[in-house]
Write a protein that binds this ligand. Sequence first.
Ligand code: ATP
Ligand code: MG
Length: 262
Amino acid sequence: MSRILAIANQKGGVGKTTTAVNLACALAQAGQRVLLVDLDPQGNATMGAGVEKRTALPTAYQILLGEADIGAARLRSAQGGFDVVPANRELAGGEVEMVDLERREFRLKAALLEVADEYDFVLIDCAPTLNLLTVNALAAAHAVLIPMQCEYYALEGLTDLVATIKKVKMRLNPGIEIEGLLRVMYDPRSTLAQQVSGELKRHFGAKVYDALIPRNVRLAEAPSHGLPGVVYDRHSKGAQAYLQLAREVLERAAAAVGSAAA
Ligand code: ATP
Ligand code: MG
C-alpha cells in the first residue's frame, strides 16, 4: 500500500517544492517507487523534476476535471527516478471549474486510487493557498508534511494550517494526521531561528524532524538544470539533509505500517 503525503504550507516560498522534489528523488534512490503530483499552477515541481510544463498534456487539470486518466498523465523524471503528474497554469482555472463538480473535494483521491498500488510513496506538492486544490490534496493524503522557515510569523501561519487540517479531519478525511514538521532554510547562527525551533519542539515534540535543511545555494541552483538537488550536487549540505529526511520518512512510514498491523 502506498503512503500519500501532502507537502503543504499556505505561506509562499517556504520550500514546499524543493522538499517535494528532493524527497521524491531521495526516496527513489532508497529503492522506493515514488509518484510526485504537482498540484500548483506554477508548475515548479514539474520543472524541478526535469519535465517541461508548457507542453505537458494531460496534466493534473484534466485529471481533476475527469477529462483524462491519471495513468495517461504520468511522466517519468529520468534523472530523478520517479514519476510525475505535471501541472501548469491551466490548473488555476481548474480550481474554479471544480467547484460545481460532484464530490469536488475528492477528485484527486479518486484518481490516486487508480494508481496508488504501483507506488510506495505519493507526494503531493501543494500551492501556497488553502483553496480547493489544497483541500483535494488533504482529502487524499494519509498525512501532511509541513516545511517551514523558523522566522517570526511562521508559528502564526502554522495555526491556520493546523486549523484547516482539523477541519479536513472532521469533514473529509478522518485518518489524516501531521506527518512531520521540517525546518528549512535553517540558519543555526540565528537566535530567532533557534527560538522558533525551540517553540516548534515544545508544541509538536517528536513530529519535528531531526533533519534540518540548511540554506544552501546548490538546492536553489538545481531547478534551473531541471535536476533535484540530491542529483545536482549529492555532496552538498542541502542534499545530504534531504537524504537524512528520506531516512526519517521511511522510519515513520514503517512505524505507521507497524501500528496499523498491531
Ligand atoms: P511556493 O509557495 O511559491 O510554491 P515553495 O514553498 O514551493 O514556494 P520553493 O519553490 O521550494 O518554495 O522555494 C522558494 C525559493 O527558495 C526557491 O527559489 C528555492 O530554490 C529556494 N530554496 C528553497 N529551499 C532552499 C534552501 N534550503 N536553501 C536555499 N534556497 C532554497
Ligand atoms: Mg512551490
